[in-house]
Design a protein around this ligand. Structure first.
Ligand SMILES: C[S@@+](CC[C@H](N)C(=O)[O-])C[C@H]1O[C@@H](n2cnc3c(N)ncnc32)[C@H](O)[C@@H]1O
Length: 388
């Protein structure tokens, strides 16, 4: 039986724009050529996802097609409302004050929405960082960010990096970055576990399970036979790199995900892998390659373990709703009450999406990792570290 069924899914999705189809076909052909070069004629799902999202020029995040916002495939919290970034700025403000100044580094700045609202609010609070570094793997998004942000009064504080700085004192921000990292898909078998591999099937791609030869997280052995999910093999190295760089300050990771007990809950036995295509979600990553986002939720227990190993302190863990409320969201809402009715209605809708449990409020979590920082973190008054 096919691991991912194509016909049903494609029938329910809008067709890609004609101009995008050659991009997708060319990327698929490159992936097929890569598979054909392998001695066993297959690549891991992680390799496939790396190509589908990050193959230079063609991968989803690397090509010039619209991804963010109404015309794209999904809307992230900073895209949805500047209020999100204002609340993040409140937490940055407390940390920059405690450190007597410093820098901010943002991973994967997307359309530039978060930097715009965070620096806008920090400028208002007269607490701009010395530099705001952006590490964005996509040359196309880097270019787009530079175009969009060039008229901002704080533009001279922005520095685009192609590699991490040796050290940073201040804050590291990553909103919906961990969920965009390539994952490995596994299935528990009676005598071990299988990994999902991608292979050529005529002129299409096909996924199949093959016995794993190791390298899987230990907790998999506690899961029942038939259980399928995924894990992020790059996570430990990524957290270690961030830890090596941070001399003092705070890392704020915002993403959808759960503590491990919820992530690998017996009822979630099909994993969390999801594709976003023109504001529809579905579960087939082998279609519309390069034209759709592929994501997996974040195992925040794994992030906490990686931080612990890397010498960072897990300073807080909470839901997005609680983080925003504790960082003054109500104040921003109250401030807007003198605005014209249409703006108030729009803000109302945005805030509902940010806060409601069935929207982003509960599914999205915020984790704080720190080094040499003693300031109380207002955003984590409703701390859920015990759940990790
Ligand atoms: C879902 S988008 C989120 C964009 C933006 N943070 C937002 O919230 O609107 C994922 C972003 O993460 C970036 N990304 C993925 N892996 C990364 C990594 N290892 N380092 C830095 N950025 C990364 C992608 O290029 C993309 O810009």
């Amino acid at each position: 039986m096919a691991v991912f069924s194509s016909a049903d899914v494609i029938a329910h999705l809008p067709a890609p724009p004609a101009a995008a189809i050659p991009h997708s076909r060319a990327l698929q052909a490159e992936i097929q050529a890569l598979i054909a070069q392998q001695p066993q004629q297959r690549i891991t799902f992680q390799q496939f996802m790396q190509y589908a999202l990050y193959k230079p020029q063609r991968g989803y995040y690397m090509n010039g097609l619209q991804k963010f916002g109404k015309e794209g495939d999904f809307i992230t919290a900073p895209e949805l409302s500047p209020v999100f970034g204002c609340c993040v700025a409140q937490q940055c403000h407390a940390v920059l004050q405690a450190l007597g100044g410093g820098d901010i580094l943002e991973f994967g700045a997307g359309s530039g929405a978060l930097v715009t609202s965070v620096l806008g609010e920090l400028a208002r609070l007269a607490c701009l960082p010395e530099h705001y570094f952006i590490l964005e793997p996509s040359a196309e998004l880097r270019h787009r960010q530079q175009q969009t942000l060039q008229t901002q009064p704080w533009f001279d504080r922005l520095v685009w990096l192609t590699q991490l700085p040796r050290s940073i004192r201040g804050l590291v921000l990553a909103n919906e970055v961990l969920d965009a990292m390539p994952v490995q898909c596994f299935r528990v078998e009676a005598n071990g576990a299988s990994l999902l591999m991608v292979e050529n099937h005529g002129d299409a791609l096909h996924a199949n399970w093959y016995a794993s030869d190791g390298g899987l997280p230990d907790f998999i052995s506690d899961l029942p036979v038939g259980y399928g999910s995924e894990f992020n093999p790059q996570l430990n190295a990524w957290v270690q790199t961030v830890a090596d760089m941070l001399t003092a300050g705070l890392v704020l990771l915002i993403d959808y995900g759960f503590p491990r007990a919820e992530y690998y809950h017996l009822q979630r036995d099909q994993g969390t892998l999801m594709c976003f295509y023109q504001h529809r979600t579905h579960a087939n990553p082998l279609i519309h390659i390069g034209l759709q986002d592929i994501t997996a939720h974040v195992d925040f227990t794994a992030v906490a373990e990686a931080a612990d190993q890397a010498g960072l302190m897990v300073a807080g863990f909470t839901s997005q709703a609680q983080f925003l409320l504790a960082n003054g969201l109500e104040h921003y809402f109250a401030q807007a009450q003198t605005a014209p009715l249409s703006q108030r209605i729009q803000l109302n809708t945005e805030i509902k999406k940010l806060l409601l449990p069935e929207e982003m409020g509960e599914l999205f979590k915020v984790m704080a990792l720190s080094r040499d920082l003693t300031v109380p973190l207002a955003g984590f008054t409703h701390d859920r570290r015990r759940a990790l």
